[in-house]
Design a binder for this molecule. Structure first.
Ligand SMILES: [Mg+2]
Length: 120
């Protein structure tokens, strides 16, 4: 499992090298990268469009769909890594800080097993 051994820094370096080899830096403005990220997120969502929740749980188990969904997830991640590179923003730090903030926003005592504070 590469996730266990590959660091975010390694992925960022790989993305930086990919961009540099193609001299794409002039095109990689924050605006263009977030737009590309949104497009790739939409491509990812397309795999689940019009499905009910249970079907979406089953479709990710099917080999061909799983592979195609993984490719779109990689596209999303690559744009996020490229954005972190052009912003020189520590993505790991941002994620960890956001998790701390979300832990305060969604305390376990209130949100365990539910996504709203109150039943509707
Ligand atoms: Mg794509």
């Amino acid at each position: 499992m590469a996730d266990v051994t590959t660091t975010v820094a390694t992925l960022r370096d790989a993305m930086r090298q990919f961009v540099h080899e193609r001299a794409w830096e002039p095109f990689h403005s924050p605006k263009n990268l977030v737009m590309g990220l949104a497009v790739e997120a939409a491509e990812l969502m397309e795999h689940f469009l019009w499905m009910d929740n249970e079907t979406s749980r089953q479709v990710v188990l099917e080999a061909n769909e799983r592979h195609a969904i993984g490719e779109e997830m990689a596209d999303v991640a690559c744009y996020l890594l490229a954005l972190a590179n052009v912003m020189d923003l520590d993505l790991s730090e941002a994620i960890l800080q956001k998790l701390v903030k979300n832990a305060v926003k969604y305390p376990v005592a209130t949100f365990h097993g539910r996504y709203r504070a109150t039943e509707t």
